[in-house]
Write a protein that binds this ligand. Structure first.
Ligand code: PAF
Length: 302
């Protein structure tokens, strides 16, 4: 299949690399012409078994979108609006576009589109080592689902392609529920790991951090429920479990801060706070965390 992956961050490199290695015709689209040229049509996947260098097309020319049957939008949440503006003039009515972002701030942008726009949630672990180099951490499932009516179109073939390329994937009918379940975990862990400047697991051992984590997730659950989102049996227990299971991980948000990149705090806790206002729900712990993370992030951004 002709696939364009937008964004050479950790997730973009991992998906582009695995799909290209699995025999798909992949172009990695980077808005930065100089960086696209410097990558020399090759990306490098590092994992437990070593490093594989995978040849594929890397371009800064949006005309490569012309032939795409599938477009994966792998930019950060705050870059989605620009990415969609780039895509729209090129796509055909049968082109499937899937957004793979953390948080929920991008959801309305995808829902506002007519056409085959879908969202994804992935548990694949990826860390950007340097431009063109990604470390593949844990393997986890990717769920993909349309957000609007699609008149009989299905994502089953996309899930099959992903799965055949070592990206285990399933079609999900309630993708919003999946997004929120991940959001609740990120709400509890990511911002706090920045404030305490620690790996995920340490949040459970610092009494104040653990208490705050519980408050953050509880507030976000209240908002999800008010929105009619299905959050599963015990999302708080799940967050504590993930925190334990990823004890040694440096969260993606702390990685962003350390690399002097903008964080996704607006797309995660910030988005919950915004929705809470529309439902008259108080979210003081999330409000505070957003301010604290911005105070750490702002002076460091390049
Ligand atoms: O964003 C992240 O870092 C991850 O989603 C998680 C689960 C918090 C583990 O580090």
């Amino acid at each position: 299949m002709n696939i364009v992956v937008i964004g050479p961050g950790a997730l973009g490199l991992l998906f582009a690399g695995r799909l290209a290695a699995g025999g798909q015709a992949v172009t990695l689209l980077d808005h930065n012409q100089q960086r696209a040229a410097s990558l020399k049509n090759c990306i490098h996947l590092h994992d437990g078994s070593g490093t594989s260098s995978i040849p594929l097309s890397i371009s800064a020319d949006p005309a490569s979108l012309n032939a795409a049957k599938l477009i994966l939008v792998c930019v950060k949440s705050h870059q989605v609006q620009n990415a969609l503006a780039t895509i729209l003039p090129y796509i055909q009515p049968t082109t499937v576009v899937i957004g793979l972002q953390n948080g929920i701030a991008h959801v309305p942008l995808f829902q506002a589109q007519t056409g085959l726009f879908a969202l994804g949630v992935t548990a694949m672990g990826a860390t950007l080592l340097e431009p063109g180099h990604v470390r593949h951490g844990g393997n986890g499932p990717t769920f993909i689902g349309f957000t609007n009516a699609t008149h009989g179109h299905t994502l089953a073939d996309v899930a099959e392609i992903f799965s055949s390329c070592q990206l285990p994937a399933e079609v999900e009918n309630d993708i919003l529920s999946r997004l929120w379940r991940k959001l609740l975990i990120n709400c509890g862990i990511n911002g706090l790991s920045v404030i305490y400047d620690c790996p995920n697991g340490m949040l459970l051992t610092i009494p104040e951090a653990r208490e705050r984590l519980i408050l953050l997730v509880s507030e976000a659950i209240a908002v999800a429920k008010a929105m009619g989102i299905e959050v599963g049996d015990d999302p708080l227990a799940q967050t504590l479990e993930v925190c334990q299971a990823t004890a040694a991980n440096i969260s993606s948000m702390l990685q962003d801060v350390r690399a002097r990149r903008a964080t996704e705090i607006h797309a995660i806790n910030g988005a919950v706070c915004k929705l809470a206002i529309t439902k008259n729900i108080a979210t003081p712990e999330n409000d505070l965390l957003v301010q604290e993370v911005l105070a750490v992030e702002k002076p460091r951004i390049q």
